[in-house]
Each structure stands twice: as C-alpha cells, then as structure tokens.
Write a protein that binds this ligand. Structure first.
Ligand code: ARG
Length: 458
C-alpha cells in the first residue's frame, strides 16, 4: 500500500530529486514524541465527537504507544515513503494496528498538526535551556561568593578604569543570564496556544471540541482563536531563536573576557585543562578553545534567527511549505546553545582565579576618581576637582612617577589645604569598599547580592 498522505489526484510519481528535496523526515523525526502525544490527544477528541468508537480509540492509542517506543529505543525502521514524521508515524501505525489507523487523520491536517508539534517541542526545549542557564548562573555564583573581595581592574573601552572585585564581575553575568531566563519564559508563555483542530486553515467541520484538547495536552493553556493564524504562526520559533541568539551574544562576551583574562598578558584566570586544547605544532600552547567556540558559535545562533525571519518574510496567508524551514535552524540553535551552556558552566566552575595577578594589574591612576571624590569631600565642586586631578595625572606623567609617588608639594600646588592624609587614598581595597551604593562593587554589597541570588536560584 502507498502510504503517501496525498497521492490520489496524481498521475505521475514524484521525481526522485523532488522527493529528496521535499522530504523532512531526516530532521523532523525529532518531533516523534510530541507528534505522537498530539495524535493520542486527537484520537481521544475523535472518540468524544463520536467519530470513532471507544474500542478504535483504544487500539489507536496502544498502537501509537508502540510507535513511540520504537522511536525511543531506536528500533523504528524508516522506509522510502516516510516523507515526514507525520507520514512515518501514520504509516507505522497502519503496519501495527491495521485499518483503524486510516481514521486517525479525520478532521486534521498536517498544518495544524505540525504547528502543534513544534509548539510542544519548543516548550520542552525552552524548559531545558532555562535549566542550563540556571546551572551557569550557579557556577558564576560559586565564584562570586568565593571572590567577593578579590580585587581586579575594571575596564571601560578595555582601558583600566576603577578597581572592582571579581565577585562583582561574576554577578554582572548572572544578571545578564537572568534576563535571558526571563525572556525564555516569556516567549514560552506565548507558545502555549493550541493550533490543533484548526484543520488545514479554515477549522474542522466534524465537531471536534478544541477546548478539551488543552486538557489532554496540558502544556497548552488556550486554544488559538483564529484558524488561519493558528496554522501560519511561527512567531514562537522566531522569538525563541532571538532569545537563543541574544544568550549567545552574552556568552560571547563572557567568553571574550575569559579569552583575554587567560592570556599571559592578563593572567587573571587559568582555565582548566579539561576546557582548553593544545597546539599540534607548538608544544607549550594551552588555548582557550572552549571560550573561542562560545564566542564563535554566537554567529551561528544569530544566523539561524536571520534565516527564519527571512523565510517568514512576505509569506502569504496561511500555511506555506516554506515553513518547513523553521525546523533545522531551531534544532541547530537549540543543540548549539544547549551544549554551549553546559561547557560555559563547567568552564566557569573549574577556572582558577589568580588574585596576585589581578592585584598587580591595578595601578594608582585607577584611583584618580577617588582622589577627585576626596577633593569633593573638601568642598571642591566635582568639575573643578576633576580638572585638578587631571593636572596631577599629567604632572605625574611628566615626572615619570605614579600618583602615589608624586610629592606633597605637587598636590598642594593644585589644592593648598591638602596634607599627608591624601596618600590614604592609594588603597585599592578601600576604594572598592567605598563603592557601597546598592549594586556597587564593595565586598559587602557583592555578598549581599550573592545572598539574593542564592535565594533566587536555589
Ligand atoms: N513537513 C511539513 C512541515 O514541516 C508538515 C506540514 C505539511 N503540510 C502540507 N500541507 N504539506 O511544515
């Protein structure tokens, strides 16, 4: 028997190249589990609408469970006509339970079916990504707790700016990944609208109750209100691809920091051997490949988003076969990000900080702002204080000394009432401790945030 779902009106067979071009089974077989869950719910809805008997429903359900098991244990044997996952499942169901299988597709189209499958798949995928993000946040939190008071240079424009703590740097990334986690949840909420029962585009005419389907498929909390939109909407895929891409961008920034920090020039961090690789030519090399790949693969995540938006742009209402092109970019982004997040979490958890190298990278000029703040405490307006300290910095450069080595007379030349006390400012720990505004780098503020994150993430 020909299991093609649409052969009746055709005289000629499909061309071999066309078959290969059209078939999606090689990638959409990943939808097997959700496709079968949707079919079981559909069979029950058909029974409730008295379109099949209770006994037929039972046989369909049992058969579908057998097919599900074959996919799960890898024993499913594809044949040439398995155009897509929907065709393959129905074909195999027919092998197993016979004629009753021909009733399963009553009132249903692959259009509402695949839209339902993709939503179910996306919801589960999003849940997994959310968990991975959380694991990365927890790895960062461990480091933040340990290094709440570990001093390092903070940068703007990649120029030394002000002393901060390593813990504070970790917390910055935790904030970033928290927004990603929220965005994943937010996008998921909009994926929970059920397309099934919309038919090919116009709705179903056989009296299938759609509300009841959301009880069987409990990932859904509402039924799509317009059948045309229901079969043609892939916004949820695009939204998640955007969230994945932005997460990739965040990972690339973390990665770039760690590529820099693990170089000999910085030496702030050592990555574990397990997340580094060597050179085939230079025996001494230890390269931060894990971080470089995180940085590089963000390009792929962005590319997949652009691919889907380009596919969807200008499509006429309603379903168009172009939409089959949502799957490969989505699966690729999911797999890329899923593994990337695991590598990132493990690399962060196993990296080694070098406090002495970070301390050595701090220089007196990074306390110029603290010096200006001290002048402000003496009553000098900040703009003037900024100018005066700027002149001191220039003077130190002229004399080839650091600010700390600049003689008191030089300080008094810009502000006569300055005395020896001024040199107390040259203390990096004191500088950091003074940034005690909420969210600041002061160790006690960092620890406070660590407690907040522990509560939130545990
Ligand atoms: N493989 C198709 C897809 O992913 C399933 C839907 C096919 N629908 C159709 N009318 N040919 O979009």
């Amino acid at each position: 028997m020909d299991h093609k779902l649409w052969g009746g009106r055709f005289e000629e067979p499909t061309a071999e190249t066309m078959r290969r071009y059209n078939d999606s089974f090689r990638f959409d077989r990943r939808l097997a589990d959700v496709d079968i869950a949707g079919s079981i719910a559909w069979a029950n809805a058909l029974e409730e609408a008295s379109l099949i008997s209770a006994e037929e429903c039972e046989r369909l359900e049992q058969g579908l469970e057998l097919v599900r098991r074959e996919f799960a244990d890898g024993s499913f044997a594809a044949i040439e006509g398995d155009e897509d996952i929907h065709t393959a499942v129905e074909r195999r169901l027919h092998d197993l339970v016979g004629e009753v299988a021909l009733k399963l597709h009553t009132g249903r189209s692959r259009n509402d079916q695949v839209a339902t499958d993709m939503r179910l798949f996306a919801i589960a995928a999003a849940r997994e990504v959310g968990e991975r993000l959380k694991a990365l946040q927890l790895a960062l939190l461990e480091q933040a707790e340990e290094h709440a008071a570990t001093l390092m240079p903070g940068y703007t424009h990649l120029q030394r700016a002000q002393p901060i703590t390593l813990g504070h740097w970790c917390l910055a990334y935790i904030e970033m990944f928290e927004r990603d986690r929220q965005r994943v949840e937010d996008a998921t909420a909009r994926a929970r609208t059920l397309p099934l029962g919309s038919g090919a585009l116009a709705g179903n005419s056989l009296g299938v109750e759609r509300e009841r389907l959301t009880e069987a498929l409990d990932e859904f909390d509402a039924v799509a209100g317009n059948s045309l939109d229901a079969v043609s909407d892939r916004d949820f895929v695009a939204e998640l691809l955007f969230v994945f891409a932005l997460t990739g961008v965040h990972l690339s920034r973390l990665a770039e920091d760690l590529v820099l920090y693990s170089s000999a020039e910085f030496g702030f961090i050592e990555l574990a051997d397990a997340y580094s690789t060597g050179s085939s030519l230079m025996p001494q090399k230890k390269n931060p490949d894990s971080m470089e790949l995180l940085r590089g693969k963000s390009g792929r995540l962005i590319g997949n988003l652009v691919t889907l938006l380009t596919v969807l742009k200008g499509l006429p209402m309603t379903y168009n076969k172009d939409m089959q092109e949502d799957k490969e970019p989505f699966f690729d982004s999911l797999d890329t990000l899923d593994l990337g997040l695991q590598v990132a979490a493990a690399a962060v958890a196993t990296m080694h900080a070098r406090p002495e190298r970070m301390l050595a990278a701090l220089d007196d000029a990074m306390l110029a702002t603290d010096l200006a703040d001290d002048l402000v405490r003496l009553g000098v307006p900040f703009r003037e204080a900024h100018g005066k300290v700027g002149r001191l910095v220039r003077r130190a450069l002229e004399l080839r000394v650091t600010l700390r080595q600049l003689p008191l007379v030089e300080y008094q030349a810009v502000q006569p009432e300055i005395d020896e006390e001024v040199y107390a400012v040259f203390d990096f720990a004191r500088s950091a401790a003074r940034k005690d505004s909420l969210g600041g780098t002061a160790p006690q503020r960092v620890l406070e945030q660590c407690v907040r994150w522990r509560d939130l993430l545990d």
